[in-house]
Design a protein around this ligand. Structure first.
Ligand code: NAD
Length: 397
């Protein structure tokens, strides 16, 4: 037991603390959205790689609470220790597991480096007990990768070819600035593709196939992002875009492997949402706060859980056949990329400055979403009260 009053300690796009009760309330809010969606059918076992925050967390929650799946997740989180809180993802997974146990469901998280052989073996052992996977979601957003031989690859968020000079938002003093980011070196491009490209996804799926842990008819899905022209120099045409291109080019190989089990694989291109990963990409928080204002005004805004409910309900859930674009990708970003949204975003982008922020961007909404990621600013939580910071990752563990 360790009761503490937990205060936010947010520095730019990272938070040094997380509120256990706030994170738990966020998880319960997502589960309520899932319950209201009344998803039909069931899934036996679902594996989510990158399951503790963002799109992966939403996917694991939909699997467990929407389709009754025995759900196994992999995340890389810090446990609470020596008076310090754990990371938000720790508390998210802890609450999901607690709630699942209360409802007689199975939700288990393996905490460790998904690139490592050790964690891959742990997952294999766990799936042997749970049953082969009917759905595998790959939702890693990692800053680095350590190969089994000790080589470390650090991803970079940089433009390719020429330097980026453009708008960005300085999170510390909340002003619109002109940012300059040097073009990536060939080594930085290669490292980013190693970390965020398709190699590790394919390695996971080959391993599961070799171990007989892919159920007949199983589906594999990895998440990607494209985004609009305003963020393209830094995103789609940058190092991360190269990695996503590689991920998408890997999909046919994963698909061929899944077809041998009567299944299939896809990349799902999701909309931009406020997560720890997306907040770290230069210019993207500013773009999101402009786009969200437009999408909210047009009544087409969605958060992570609405996106993933739609992914399963319309495309990847039991008995559904995904609708895809001409490149075979599922497009959950259709509403964000609609001309009706992007035309207004482009006009706003041309006029955005510190002075016009409150008129053209939903910066307050962005900040609320960002603090919420760490369990702060959540309705119904009394932040003056102490919260139990020592929570087990897996209920009953
Ligand atoms: P996130 O930061 O919220 O989640 C990343 C997850 O990966 C966490 O569970 C984290 O613990 C886990 N992780 C990171 N490194 C790991 C490691 N070495 N071993 C095990 N687990 C590790 O990120 P997100 O924004 O939800 O991104 C997930 C995927 O969705 C990414 O592929 C991203 O490109 C894609 N996506 C994100 C957005 C967006 O706007 N956020 C939009 C479209 C697609």
């Amino acid at each position: 037991m360790s009761l503490q009053v937990v205060q936010p300690r947010i520095r730019g796009f990272i938070s040094l603390s997380a509120h256990p009760d706030g994170c738990a309330a966020n998880v319960r809010e997502q589960v309520e959205v899932i319950e209201r969606a009344r998803l039909e059918g069931s899934l036996g076992t679902v594996l989510v790689i990158g399951s503790t925050t963002g799109y992966g967390l939403a996917s694991a929650l939909v699997a467990c609470f929407g389709y009754g799946a025995k759900t196994l997740g992999v995340g890389f989180e810090k446990a609470p220790e020596g008076g310090k809180t754990g990371t938000a993802g720790w508390y998210n997974a802890a609450e999901a597991s607690r709630l699942a146990a209360e409802q007689g469901r199975t939700y288990c998280t393996i905490n460790g480096d998904a690139f490592s052989d050790e964690v891959k073996r742990e997952v294999v052992d766990a799936l042997r007990a749970m049953g082969p996977a009917d759905t595998v979601i790959y939702s890693l957003a990692a800053p680095r990768r350590r190969d089994p031989d000790g080589t470390v690859w650090n991803s970079a968020l940089k433009p390719i070819g020429e330097a980026y000079h453009g708008r960005a938002f300085d999170l510390r003093n909340e002003t619109v600035t002109e940012a300059s980011i040097e073009a990536a070196t060939p080594e930085e491009i290669e490292a980013t593709v190693k970390v965020m490209g398709g190699e590790d996804w394919l390695a996971w799926m080959r391993l599961l196939s070799d171990e007989g842990l892919i159920a007949p008819g199983a589906r594999a899905i990895a998440y990607s992002y494209i985004g609009p022209e305003v963020s393209a120099p830094i995103y789609r045409r940058g190092t991360i875009g190269k990695a996503k291109e590689h991920l998408e080019q890997t999909a046919p190989e994963v698909d061929a492997l899944m077809r041998a089990h009567g299944g299939a694989a896809w990349v799902s291109v999701n909309k931009s949402v406020v997560t720890q990963a997306s907040s770290a990409i230069p210019a993207v928080p500013l773009y999101m706060s402009v786009a969200f204002r437009v999408m909210k005004a047009q009544g087409v805004h969605e958060g992570v859980i609405e996106q993933i409910v739609r992914l399963f309900k319309d495309h990847a859930g039991p008995g559904r056949e995904p609708a895809t674009d001409e490149q075979g990708r599922i497009r959950l970003d259709d509403r964000e990329m609609a001309d009706s949204v992007q035309t207004v975003v482009a006009e706003s982008w041309d006029r955005i400055s510190t002075e016009t922020m409150s008129e053209l961007a939903d910066w307050d909404g962005y900040k609320r979403d960002f603090q919420k990621l760490f369990g702060f600013g959540v309705d119904g939580i009394d932040y003056d009260q102490p919260s139990e910071v020592d929570r087990p990752l897996n209920a009953g563990a």
